[in-house]
Design a protein around this ligand. Structure first.
Ligand SMILES: NC(=O)C1=CN([C@@H]2O[C@H](COP(=O)(O)OP(=O)(O)OC[C@H]3O[C@@H](n4cnc5c(N)ncnc54)[C@H](O)[C@@H]3O)[C@@H](O)[C@H]2O)C=CC1
Ligand SMILES: Nc1nc(=O)c2c([nH]1)NC[C@@H]1CN(c3ccc(C(=O)N[C@@H](CCC(=O)O)C(=O)O)cc3)CN21
Length: 274
């Protein structure tokens, strides 16, 4: 079965970026690769990851976690190095997990209002979407913030993309996409779904990110029968999403692949579905 993965993007971390070399030759040139902003990694790792991704002919998309940026100098240093050393064209902004911000930026709205966007001179700004909601932020709050960010970025003439949090439930994903389109947000949406990954790993990250594992997800991933050490499947979720999106005539939808057991594990899976 060939699944539709046109123009997909991937996510990596500082410590696992080297693994990308195993798939780089298979990927379309300039495939966007997000660099997760993890609390236990350093700016050096994030910058090196961007340099590595660029050298592989792919497009680094560093994520800035607003709440983990400790000062304006910290922000200027990180973004300056990403621009200078990896010539980044894309940057993703998220609120970030710390309950109390570690510096002056409470959320991505605050980062937008600093002058970082002007100084970093990137073409595409990516913001987050939450098809399954967020454990600490209400849907109304998320929608208000999304509208604010879109209006701000449109006014400032950026290319905009929305990349979603890990999501498992086709019904909720489709409903969320329709809600976004219904308020006139027609920009590209990359739906964040996991590649085949150990059931144990999926449960761990879903719990960490506050994404519920519904009955729908259990069925789509065959997680209801799977051993914790076996891989959860992904094909039926992909196919069903793609079919529904096509049937409903929703345009500008892509997939963002989370390779939570490491990208080298998913090399042949990605290759088979390109
Ligand atoms: N999608 C992803 O790949 C990632 C998502 N996150 C999650 O994203 C959340 C929100 O990110 P965005 O949608 O970019 O938010 P945002 O920065 O655009 O803010 C949206 C609204 O949520 C509030 N908010 C943001 N972070 C919060 C938090 N940790 N606790 C309570 N309220 C918060 C903001 O004040 C604002 O009202 C983060 O808190 C984090 O849990 C974090 C890292 C990566
Ligand atoms: N609320 C929230 N916080 C986050 O930090 C976050 C999200 N949501 N949503 C998705 C992204 C993806 N994130 C992550 C976080 C950790 C790994 C990670 O540790 N990966 C392992 C790879 C696999 C392995 O070999 O086991 C690594 O070592 O990099 C990957 C993606 C973080 N992200």
């Amino acid at each position: 079965m060939t699944l539709p993965l046109p123009k997909f993007s991937l996510e990596t971390t500082g410590k696992s970026v080297q693994e990308l070399s195993t798939v780089a030759d298979l990927l379309p040139p300039h495939t966007p690769v997000n660099i997760a902003f993890l609390g236990n990694e350093t700016h050096q790792q994030r910058i090196q990851a961007a340099v590595t991704i660029k050298a592989l002919g792919l497009e680094p998309t560093p994520i800035l976690s607003s709440r983990r940026i400790t000062s304006k100098a910290d922000l200027d240093y990180l973004v300056g190095e990403l621009k200078y050393r990896a010539d980044i064209k894309r940057l993703m902004f998220v609120g970030g997990d710390p309950v109390v911000p570690e510096g002056p930026y409470e959320n991505s709205l605050a980062l937008f209002e600093s002058n970082i966007l002007k100084t970093c001179d990137v073409e595409t700004i990516v913001i987050a979407g939450y098809p399954e909601g967020h454990p600490h932020i209400t849907s109304d709050q998320l929608m208000a913030a999304l509208k604010w960010k879109i209006a701000f970025l449109r006014k400032n003439h950026y290319k905009i993309e929305i990349t979603t949090q890990l999501a498992f439930c086709t019904t909720r994903i489709i409903k969320w996409v329709q809600d976004i389109r219904a308020v006139g947000i027609m920009e590209p949406i990359r739906i964040g779904v996991p590649c085949p990954t150990k059931v144990k790993t999926i449960r761990y990250f879903a719990n960490l990110f506050g994404v519920p594992i519904t009955a729908d997800a259990l069925a789509h991933y065959e997680m209801d029968i799977a051993d914790e050490q076996l891989d959860a499947k992904t094909d039926s979720l992909f196919l069903e999403l793609a079919q529904q999106i096509e049937r409903l005539g929703i345009k500008n939808i892509y997939f963002h692949l989370y390779t939570l057991d490491g990208v080298s594990k998913n090399t042949s899976w990605i290759q088979n579905h390109l």
